[in-house]
Write a protein that binds this ligand. Structure first.
Ligand SMILES: [Zn+2]
Length: 66
């Protein structure tokens, strides 16, 4: 089974909404750890790739790598 690829600046929807009400986050770092920035309140979080993949519901906008 092919795993989805995530890129810097991809916009993703998480399963659980942030306390600010937004479920939309921007990927600001990829690798072993992922960093996300909330689109609602600019709060930043760090997740392991495993936690990130578990938390993501879908990719809304996929940044094409240049
Ligand atoms: Zn937020």
């Amino acid at each position: 089974m092919e795993r989805p690829q995530y890129h810097l600046n991809d916009i993703v929807e998480l399963k659980k909404p942030h306390p600010c009400g937004s479920k939309v986050w921007i990927i600001t770092r990829t690798g072993i750890d992922f960093a996300l920035k909330c689109r609602g309140c600019n709060h930043r979080i760090m997740l392991t790739r495993k936690d990130f993949e578990r938390s993501v519901k879908r990719v809304i906008i996929e940044e094409t790598p240049s």
